[in-house]
Design a protein around this ligand. Structure first.
Ligand code: NDP
Ligand code: HSE
Length: 429
């Protein structure tokens, strides 16, 4: 059986899983692929570190360049994380005519356009199933499974860490730091969890999905992003009373004018909606195509083994491409869409939590501002409990363009009866 040489850059959470499972499932993989996938060389920062996997010391190097230069290596796997080094690594690999497999959503979201241009120029494919939703084969599904469909919408939970944190805060009444610590111990959070909690990890994944679905590269400036960090235990409790769970939801869809909406933020999801019951580190995606209708994907979106499953699937495809050629679908630009809808024009319902003085006429002042922007209130609760000399006031708002709602909230914030920054969250529509 022909041997395909693999160079593995990174032997951390995911890299170690890939190494381990390529060995454990070697026979099954080679029987199915018809080729043997052999790891020839591994690049790490510290070659002498004691690890959970034990490759022969002579194949481990501190110089990633050696992987690209090695003629026995046909496919490169980038699992280092970060932007600058992986960017150099991928560009040099493509120049050398070697296919690349990566799980690096940050790199693809930030510099995907240049990377895919280079790949097209060199006729060399990039595989990135692990970059979105861990073990769920969503990239292959959108790119190949739904190739005949106009994608009408994608609603998705794409960050395992923030979903884990929100689930623990909901189910165990845990506070934010404790839930985050648990997520890090489980290996779900990135080494620096900032991007997990500020929404940008999910946004990177949403950028990749939107770009694949609509055939133009959606820039980081075209997506509206907010994280879970300001969500309080009170918001979770109030949302529960109103019949909702709070989730970090990515929305990607087109309108009648083929303008593309892309936004990621904490969202109130009705408890009976399928995304409301996606808990822990699980991710889920609801994809609607004009031919296929509604589809649902669910699985672990982070962690060693699920992510490894996607990397190995890409390795198999890359090996087959190397061995027998053929078209490998990466990112295929086309001109059917091409523009994003400015976030100010995107419409939604909202949850608005205010901290107000406890006296008559407050609700009337708030309602008057909303009314002056033609924004309607669908329900109001005034939960018990004081916050200093203020009390909470929670409103659910009818559908309105985000720009109008934002302007109204700025005016409400400046009322003398409003004592703290309002909390504005979207309601799933
Ligand atoms: P880790 O931080 O656990 O591992 C990174 C690995 O890369 C380490 O082995 C490190 O070496 C090595 N490395 C870093 N910089 C260099 C360098 N300059 N030269 C050579 N080696 C280097 O990361 P993860 O495994 O968690 O993530 C890897 C990638 O996969 C990231 O892009 C991440 O976003 C993505 N991903 C991660 C998921 C997860 O659940 N963890 C899920 C989906 C995608 P050393 O060990 O010596 O420090
Ligand atoms: N930190 C990411 C998450 C890993 O929590 O979803 C998977 O990309």
């Amino acid at each position: 059986m022909e041997r395909i040489g693999i160079g593995l850059a990174g032997l951390g959470t995911v890299g170690a899983g890939v190494y381990k499972h390529l060995i454990q499932n070697r026979v099954l993989i080679s029987e199915r692929v018809g080729l043997e996938l052999a790891v020839r060389r591994i690049a790490v920062r510290n070659p002498d570190m004691v690890r959970t996997v034990h490759p022969p010391r002579e194949i481990v190097t501190g110089r990633w360049e050696e992987l690209i230069e090695d003629p026995a290596i046909n496919i490169l796997v980038e699992l280092m994380g970060g932007i600058d080094t992986p960017y150099q690594f991928m560009m040099r690999a493509l120049d050398a005519g070697k296919a690349v497999v990566t799980g690096n959503k940050a790199l693809l979201a930030e510099r995907g356009f240049e990377i895919f241009e280079k790949a097209a120029d060199k006729g060399v494919p990039i595989f990135f199933e692990a970059a979105v939703a861990g073990g769920i084969p969503i990239i292959k599904s959108i790119r190949e499974g739904f190739i005949g469909n106009h994608i009408e919408s994608i609603h998705a939970i794409l960050n395992g860490t923030s979903n884990y944190i929100l689930s623990r805060m909901t189910e165990e009444s845990m506070d934010f730091p404790e839930a985050l610590r648990e997520a890090q111990e489980q290996g779900y959070a990135e080494a620096d969890p900032t991007l997990d909690v500020n929404g940008w990890d999910a946004a990177h994944k949403a950028i990749i999905l939107a770009s694949l679905a609509y055939g133009f590269w959606v820039g980081t400036s075209q997506i509206h992003v907010a994280g879970i960090d300001p969500i309080t235990a009170s918001d979770i409790r109030f949302a529960d009373r109103l019949g909702y769970r709070i989730k970090l939801v990515a929305t990607i869809r087109t309108n009648r004018d083929s303008l593309v909406e892309a936004h990621v933020h904490p969202t109130l999801v009705p408890k009976q909606h399928v995304l409301a019951s996606v808990n822990g580190v699980f991710n889920a995606l609801m994809v609607r195509g004009d031919i296929v209708g509604d589809t649902l994907f669910y699985g672990r979106g982070a962690g060693q083994d699920p992510t490894t499953s996607s990397v190995i699937s890409d390795l198999a495809q890359a090996a087959i491409w190397y061995d027998s050629g053929g078209k490998a679908f990466g990112f295929t630009p086309h001109g059917l869409y091409g523009k994003c809808l400015p976030i100010e024009r995107v419409s939604s319902g909202y949850y608005l939590r205010l901290s107000v003085v406890d006296e008559p006429g407050v609700l009337a002042q708030v309602a008057s501002i909303l009314g002056s922007h033609q924004i309607g209130i669908s329900s109001v609760i005034q939960p018990e409990g004081h916050e200093g000399d203020a009390v909470p006031l929670v409103l659910i708002i009818h559908d309105a363009p985000f720009g109008k709602m934002w302007t109204a909230v700025q005016r409400i914030q400046s009322l003398a009866c409003v004592k703290a920054s309002p909390m504005l969250l979207w309601v799933l529509s």
